[in-house]
Design a protein around this ligand. Structure first.
Ligand code: SF4
Length: 259
């Protein structure tokens, strides 16, 4: 349950809510009428992300002042088990980076990179936890600290948006044919990887993503309810969601009937 406004600036069409605004295009504008909230789970996730970033930056000999400040601010959410979970993510990223360096001298690892995908999604941007760029391939690696829902990389729109942002940044410096999208969810012992050719990704971006994002940005299109309503801030006042809830209840009643 939400507790307070976060005060953080997010894109209207964020990558993390893209599974929702791609299904229900008016949802992003509808949600913007409600205050952004946070929760202990979200703060815990932010802390774990900052710990991952600091560990990776330390390994690369990079400054990590921003992470130090964030970790200090969120220290109330710290628990011992976070060390092991963040170590698993960091270990995976560094192993992948070593592999990439063996294949390509110019391989680069970038931590907490702003990824701009506004070419396809108006004002769209996000932050990539880790990005490995080599000639031939970009790999976007995302850390999920939550354990409530297992998240897969296959056809995951958030990962595809990050991959588009990474392509926009590096395509002119490297020859990239493929994007690999990886989700590491250590509390579930879950690792999900998926690759797609740049050609296929761009075809999706041009033919599906872009037209839907343009509608979503101005709040147009029909409301469409489904499992993506779960974290929609507009849900309490949404008639479409209410109707969907009733049909779900009816289905449950039907399946529960003694025929
Ligand atoms: S609750 Fe569901 S149907 Fe209603 S605006 Fe949100 S995503 Fe769309």
């Amino acid at each position: 349950m939400g507790t307070q406004a976060t005060g953080k600036k997010h894109a209207l069409l964020s990558a993390s809510s893209s599974h929702r605004w791609l299904e229900c295009t008016p949802s992003a504008v509808a949600e913007s009428a409600y205050p952004e909230t946070t929760s202990a789970y979200a703060e815990e996730g932010s802390l774990a992300h900052a710990i991952c970033a600091r560990k990776l930056k330390r390994a690369l000999g990079l400054p990590h002042r921003e992470e130090d400040i964030e970790i200090e601010e969120l220290r109330d959410y710290y628990s011992e088990e976070m060390e092991g979970h963040t170590d698993r993510f960091v270990g995976h990223v560094l192993a992948r980076y070593e592999e990439a360096r063996r294949e390509c001298h110019g391989a680069r690892l970038l931590i907490e990179t702003r990824l701009d995908f506004s070419f396809f999604v108006p004002e769209g941007f996000g932050t990539g936890d880790a990005l490995i760029v080599t000639d031939g391939r970009i790999e976007v690696i995302d850390f999920k600290y939550g354990k409530g829902v297992r998240v897969d990389a296959v056809e995951n729109p958030q990962m595809k948006l990050y991959a588009l942002g990474a392509l926009d940044e590096f395509d002119y410096r490297y020859t990239i044919d493929e994007v690999r999208m990886t989700i590491v969810q250590p509390r579930l012992g879950h690792l999900s990887e998926w690759s797609q050719s740049v050609e296929t990704l761009l075809a999706w971006a041009n033919n599906e993503l872009h037209p839907l994002a343009r509608l979503a940005f101005i709040g147009k299109g029909a409301r469409h309810a489904g499992e993506w309503c779960r974290f929609c801030r507009a849900k309490p006042d949404c008639a479409m969601h209410r109707a969907y809830g009733l049909t779900q209840d009816a289905r449950l009643d039907f399946h529960g009937m003694d025929l």
